[in-house]
Structure formats: C-alpha cells, structure tokens
Write a protein that binds this ligand. Sequence first.
Ligand SMILES: [Zn+2]
Ligand SMILES: [Zn+2]
Length: 121
Amino acid sequence: MPLPPPALRPSATPLNIYIRFQTPNLKSSPPIYNILGEVEKVILGKQDMQLERERKKNDDKYLKKDYKCELCVLGFDLKEIFKKHMKKHDKNKGAYVCEVCQCVYAKQRSLKKHYGVHYTR
Ligand SMILES: [Zn+2]
Ligand SMILES: [Zn+2]
C-alpha cells in the first residue's frame, strides 16, 4: 500500500501541542501510530504531562547522573554539557519562558515548538 502524503497522516504538530498547553483540562490524545502500526507518539494532557515529569524524577537513569537540571528533569554526565544546558534558562536570552521548565526563548515560535518536548511521549 502506498504511503499517504504526510499532510494526511495525523501528527503531533507544534500547533496541536500548543492548543493542549492552553487548554489544561484536555485529556491525552489517543496514540498516534506510525506506518508500521507501532505507537509513535501520544500528545499528553496537562495532568499526564505532570505525571510524566514525576515519573522521570524517580527514574534511576536520572537519579544516577552527577549533574541534574531539576527544572527539565534532565541528567548529565559531564559538567561542561550541564553548564551549556543551564544557559537555556538564562532570563537574558529572551522574553518567552516555558512555564513547565523555565527554558527561555527569544521567539514565541521557538517556545511553541519547545512545548512538544513536554507534551509528547
Ligand atoms: Zn534545564
Ligand atoms: Zn519547557
């Protein structure tokens, strides 16, 4: 069977995700399947997004890291990479701040795209 053109396939577009962010009561989406029938993505509702963050906080992989960004729930092995990451939270970088992890962006477009990190699994 030929693949449908990309536009016809359901996808976790930045816009879809941003709508979820603005509508806190939305439930997580049904899974989006890839062409092999595997679950590719789930767009999370706000509550599930928060649960997902809690889960990551207690994940061994995260807890074992030497350097942690608690805002992003990300662990790092190397100090240099950790320091580079922390620049993302520098308030001087722009006016658009992610309400989930406090990452700072100069453009609203970039922030909207960034929400995909939190609202998909
Ligand atoms: Zn961070
Ligand atoms: Zn964020």
